[in-house]
Design a protein around this ligand. Structure first.
Ligand SMILES: N[C@@H](CCC(=O)N[C@@H](CS)C(=O)NCC(=O)O)C(=O)O
Length: 223
């Protein structure tokens, strides 16, 4: 039975799962779901949401009413990082962390860090620039988020001075989360000082065949 993925293309957390599935060459059925976005963009602009997340069937699978969720042959899982980890462990531990517990945990550390430190400010910038109606914009909030995000990306820049990829000398599932954030960081054009290691890393990520599934800039900087 094919894997089912509930999510929306503009959701970075859904994109993590899309990228993981592409790395693993796994086919899946994509079911559009969201309370905040629809075919015409953000509901903040008056569009209809994809829905699904508030149906009893979905809530039974995912009581948080968020995306993404997967179902793999009857096994239901939500929480994007847990999904990426599951897919790697189940389908190709060698690809996702060289079957090495040290690399695995180094990667998990960066996945958790991304969730804790990058998502907040990046979400604020995307919301302010592309989704919030003009009357509700808060330039100070956006500026603060830009400064914050640059500080966080310096942590990545410093790491990449030491290792080729985020969690070590080889690509790992940790690079999935960071790929999406890195792509958005460059697309948003908000970098306040040169980050040569990040630029080098970004080129390496873009060269991976899987990158095609998240390449389109309208998946990242649109409302
Ligand atoms: N920690 C959860 C957070 C899930 C989450 O907040 N997802 C966002 C999309 S990135 C969402 O559901 N937004 C509301 C919506 O689209 O209905 C995860 O990583 O999966």
């Amino acid at each position: 039975m094919a894997i089912k993925l509930w999510g929306r293309p503009t959701s970075a957390r859904t994109q993590k799962v899309m990228l993981a599935l592409a790395e693993l060459n796994l086919e899946y059925e994509y079911i559009l779901a969201s309370a905040t976005m629809g075919r015409k963009g953000s509901v903040a602009k008056g569009g209809q949401p994809f829905g699904v997340v508030d149906t009893p069937e979905y809530i039974l699978m995912n009581p948080t009413k968020t995306i993404p969720t997967i179902c793999d042959d009857g096994y239901v899982l939500w929480e994007s990082n847990a999904i990426v980890q599951y897919l790697g462990m189940h389908y190709n531990p060698h690809l996702f962390y060289r079957n090495d517990i040290l690399l695995c945990n180094s990667a998990l550390r960066w996945m958790m860090w991304e969730n804790n430190r990058l998502i907040g400010p990046m979400h604020d910038i995307v919301e302010q620039r592309f989704r919030v109606p003009a009357a509700d914009k808060n330039p100070q909030l956006e500026n603060d988020a830009v400064q914050k995000l640059n500080q966080e990306f310096e942590v990545i820049e410093n790491q990449l001075e030491k290792t080729e990829f985020i969690a070590g000398s080889s690509w790992s599932m940790g690079d999935i989360s960071i790929s999406i954030r890195c792509h958005r960081f460059f697309l948003l054009d908000i970098i306040t000082k040169p980050m040569p290691q990040l630029a080098r890393y970004y080129e390496t990520l873009k060269a991976r065949p899987s990158f095609k599934v998240i390449e389109d800039e309208t998946l990242h900087i649109s409302g």
